[in-house]
Write a protein that binds this ligand. Structure first.
Ligand code: 5RP
Length: 236
């Protein structure tokens, strides 16, 4: 990519995105993730369609922004069907060698999780900064909540051991594409991610949380030198 060096995180994201696209074949329904890395994948998918290297592709976007980009790139879109998608490609905020991830700093976690859970194959992509040994080392866990009674939900999440902070952007409360709020839950690793995920899922007022545990089959993490492949169940 012009003007970018191999140590540049944008170039790493592009390389990871292109690697993921090698799993997309003609006639597939593709889950289109959200965030900058997923946007590189959408751009690259648009290029493949434009060049006729892939045909009869449709996409399921996980955010309004990804839908707008896909439309601009000529990718036909449909709503998530009952049968799910063939492959979903999405970015991450953190990923462990075991393929457990935190997602949602872009605020699209609920639709991302629905599409990811429906996918025959989920591929996560990111640059080297996203690789961690333990979840919660760099990123908070975003939790989408109903605006109704949000202060009570915040108190409940504190009781689970998190430090939840209502997401603000430009001094305004951030609203998801679903019209909800986000509590960014800071934690002190090591955490029992499975236990926390279960507790969050059971919490009234919580729509969805950004812990994506054991969902992905594959991840491509680009460093300055190479693109690392993480496979589910493979010991590292
Ligand atoms: C959006 C997400 C994104 O996938 C995640 O935040 C990664 O974003 P980026 O690729 O821009 O670093 O979960 O809800």
């Amino acid at each position: 990519m012009k003007g970018l060096s191999s140590g540049d995180s944008a170039l790493q994201k592009v390389r990871a995105a292109k690697e993921a696209l090698t799993h997309v074949e003609s006639n597939m329904l593709v889950g289109l993730g959200s965030g900058s890395t997923a946007h590189y994948a959408i751009e690259a998918l648009g290029d493949l369609l434009e060049r006729g290297e892939l045909t009869d592709i449709a996409g399921v976007p996980t955010s309004e922004a990804s839908g707008a980009l896909a439309r601009k790139r000529g990718i036909p879109l449909i709503d998530l069907p009952a049968g799910g998608v063939d492959v979903a490609i999405d970015g991450i905020d953190e990923i462990t060698p075991e393929l457990d991830a935190i997602k949602g700093l872009g605020g699209a976690l609920t639709r991302e999780k629905m599409v990811a859970a429906s996918a025959s194959m989920l591929i996560l992509i990111g640059d080297a900064s996203k690789a961690v040994d333990r979840l919660g080392m760099k990123a908070p866990i975003p939790v989408e909540i109903l605006p109704f009674g949000w202060r009570r939900t915040q108190t409940d999440l504190e009781a689970l051991g998190c430090r939840p902070r209502l997401r603000q952007v430009a001094e305004q409360t951030f609203l998801t594409d679903n019209g909800n709020y986000i509590l960014d839950c800071f934690v002190s690793p090591p955490i029992d991610a499975v236990q926390l995920a279960c507790a969050l899922a059971l919490q009234p007022g919580v729509v969805e949380h950004g812990l994506f545990l054991g969902m992905a089959q594959l991840a491509y993490i680009a460093t300055a030198e190479t693109v690392r492949t993480y496979r589910k169940g493979e010991r590292r």
